[in-house]
Write a protein that binds this ligand. Structure first.
Ligand SMILES: [Zn+2]
Length: 251
């Protein structure tokens, strides 16, 4: 693999930053082998449209099918481990004066890597919440129902993710927007910049004067507006960046 060289203006901006904000998307998870929603639709799941698997209406009609779909995806997540891109973000959290990590991913790999504060815009596939009360609960270990039932009220549990047609958790989105507005350096990592409202964040950061750095192997709608573009997978670019800025050994 070719070594990634980090341009001097990027090193300067990151080194002088008081508040670094990083937004991550599916690309960094893909590098850990986590398939996208569509890629996970193999075998018996291929016959369904996404809205038959990931909407409140689908859950009301076919709770067992929807729960099993998430069981399947959780099994894929359990086989995955954080990659060097995730680990570089743990180092950044430790080294930056202030650091906010915002993710669109639902797999919890940032926390598994060791990041302590993660704003999960789309929830977390490993968590469950009560369909009726909305509170986060873990199913009882001996619960064999599909879906399992809320230990408090007996209603179905649902995965704590944002389904099609649902709004993002307002407190998480507000915290993400506030951090974005205060950032002096903003990274957009492995995100296609097409799913709103997350896709708006790098543009908001730019309009508030942040130095916006895109880390992506591919061109996105953000590319022409970014202050700098680091072409390549997060697992190569981010460790090279951390080393260039802080002279840290690779994770
Ligand atoms: Zn309940």
């Amino acid at each position: 693999m070719t070594p990634i060289s980090i341009p001097e203006p990027v090193i300067e901006a990151v080194r002088n930053a008081q508040h670094i904000v990083v937004l991550t998307g599916a690309g960094i998870s893909a590098e850990s082998g986590i398939p996208t929603f569509r890629e996970a639709q193999t075998g018996l799941w291929a016959q369904y449209r996404p809205e038959e698997l990931a909407t409140p209406e689908a859950f009301q009609r076919h709770p067992e099918r929807v729960w099993k779909w998430y069981e399947w995806r959780r099994s894929l997540v359990r086989q995955a481990a954080p990659n060097p891109g995730h680990l570089a973000l743990v180092q950044m959290e430790r080294l930056a004066p202030r650091f906010t990590l915002i993710t669109q991913n639902v797999d919890g790999l940032h926390q598994a890597a060791g990041n302590r504060h993660v704003l999960e815009l789309h929830g977390n596939i490993m968590r469950s919440r009560c369909w009726r009360e909305g509170r986060i609960v873990a199913p009882a270990p001996d619960d064999t129902h599909i879906p399992p039932r809320c230990p408090h009220c007996g209603a179905f549990l649902r995965p704590d993710v944002v389904w099609f047609g649902e709004t993002l958790p307002p407190d998480v989105l507000a915290a993400a927007e506030q951090a974005t507005n205060e950032a002096d350096v903003f990274f957009s990592v492995g995100t296609s910049t097409v799913v709103y409202p997350a896709a708006a964040l790098p543009f908001e950061a730019r309009s508030h004067g942040a130095f916006v750095i895109e880390v992506n192997p591919a061109t996105t709608p953000l590319t022409p507006h970014a202050s700098a573009v680091l072409r390549g997978p997060a697992g190569q670019v981010l460790p090279a960046l951390v080393q260039a800025v802080w002279n840290e050994a690779r994770a």
